[in-house]
Design a binder for this molecule. Structure first.
Ligand code: C2O
Ligand code: CU
Ligand code: CU
Length: 429
């Protein structure tokens, strides 16, 4: 119905200073503050109005990653906001509860703008998720975990490191902009909403003591059922919601473990995939809020059927190009018909790691290589890893918002690759 609220978010990008490391105050960028941005939150059915002002010295944009919305509200490279100017997109939330995020998307500058500190979470709620017995007290047992790797110089300033093959890597991991973070845990069961907000680094998250956790949601919302796991790999832009159980007075480290991205040794070195990094210390109180039984069913996921697809498109990723072409803001690469279901077959045609992100839609994964998706990839996704020399097949439905003029983007979410032109544009007509 039309009973949703009207929510206005006033957001101002600004330059600031943050105390992150001991060497000195870091010059940063942020939204409504010195570093990163506020967590935004809306319910399915709400109308969102954003009043975004660019108080930076550079032209930028603000993109709502994972959101189904009209192309003119998307915040991609067609909605540039000059310094001192404002932009006021509006849309209605028409998708399930999920952990989405926002970040700049100015073509060629996205990696730098995110690196300097513009990013934040955008949480969506709905009745189905709220009917479940899950931790959802924000900041208490429902915790945002934005993971980003950075390098600091001797004065504490951010260093834009060499890109090597895949983009900037840092040796210091920040969670929500904090180095060496400690989470004071007050409940037996805590929900971590993890975002890989890094530009190039992938993480394989798990706990130092090997304890398992329950993954309950991927990019676009709840999984059909909780998945018991020891590790979850997230490439840049991907999210996972996990539930971790702790005993009173216990401590455990959330860590990123070396991971197999399917790369040759040299390529693996330039992506940091062999690194072991402590992400955050979790420290439980003496008395913890008791947890109830974990729901065995989370969401009813309507599987998109291959037979319903009217179009199959192929995309080949190689050396900063998609299908041999570099991003051109003046060129529409694909024209999609509103209301249709499509299959996109995306192929990584060389030895570098990539992932695939599509604006406006959440997709389902039909296969990764010859295999059906593992349970953690069986829900709604907007970004997925594409290993070297592999093919992923994605199915998605394009709905109501149409424009012949303003395109949406699809691209690799390794931000350096995206900036170098590994991006294309589609319109929904
Ligand atoms: Cu998260 Cu086109 O981006
Ligand atoms: Cu996006
Ligand atoms: Cu890439």
């Amino acid at each position: 119905g039309d009973d949703g609220a009207r929510l206005t978010f006033d957001l101002a990008a600004q330059e600031g200073r943050a105390h992150i490391v001991d060497q000195g105050e870091t010059r940063t960028w942020g939204i409504n503050g010195d570093h990163l941005g506020p967590t935004l939150r809306a319910r399915r059915g709400d109308t969102v109005i954003v009043r975004f002002t660019n108080g930076l010295s550079e032209t930028t944009t603000l993109h709502w990653h994972g959101m189904h919305l009209p192309a003119e509200a998307d915040g991609g490279p067609h909605q540039m906001v000059e310094p001192g100017e404002s932009w006021e997109p509006s849309w209605r939330i028409a998708q399930p509860a999920a952990t989405l995020w926002y970040h700049p998307h100015p073509h060629g500058e996205t990696e730098a703008h995110v690196h300097r500190g513009i990013a934040g979470l955008f949480l969506l709620d709905d009745d189905e998720e709220e009917a479940l017995d899950l931790p959802r007290e924000y900041g208490v047992d429902d915790i945002p975990v934005i993971v980003q790797d950075r390098t600091f110089d001797a004065q504490g300033q951010l260093v834009e490191t060499s890109h090597r093959n895949n983009g900037m890597l840092g040796e210091t991991v920040l969670v929500n902009g904090t180095a060496d973070p400690v989470l004071e845990v007050s409940a037996e069961r805590t929900r971590l909403r993890i975002l890989n907000g890094s530009g190039a680094r992938s993480y394989a998250f798990g706990f130092e003591d090997g304890r398992t956790f329950a993954m309950i949601a991927s990019d676009g919302g709840l999984l059909p059922a909780p998945v018991r796991m020891e590790r979850i790999m997230l490439t840049p832009g991907e999210r996972a919601e996990i539930l971790v159980d702790m005993e009173p007075a216990e401590e455990v480290v959330l860590r990123s473990f070396p991971q197999d991205l399917g790369l040759t040794r040299g390529m693996a070195d330039s992506t940091g995939s062999g690194d072991e990094l402590d992400i955050m210390l979790l420290r439980a109180a003496q008395t913890l809020r008791p947890a109830s039984a974990l729901p065995s069913i989370l969401a009813r996921l309507e599987a998109l059927e291959e037979t319903a697809a009217s179009t199959v498109r192929g995309f080949e990723l190689r050396t900063n190009r998609i299908n041999g072409r570099s991003m051109d803001r003046g060129r529409i690469d694909e024209v999609v018909t509103a209301g249709t279901t499509e299959i996109w077959e995306v192929w990584n045609d060389h030895g570098q790691p990539h992932n695939v992100h599509i604006h406006d839609v959440q997709f389902q994964i039909l296969s990764v290589g010859a295999e059906p998706p593992p349970p953690e990839l069986a829900g709604w996704k907007d970004t997925v890893y594409l290993p070297p020399h592999e093919r992923v097949r994605l199915i998605m439905r394009f709905s109501d918002y149409t424009s012949t003029e303003i395109p949406y983007m699809y691209h690799c979410h390794l931000l350096w690759h995206e900036d170098q032109g590994m991006m294309g544009q589609f319109v929904v007509v």
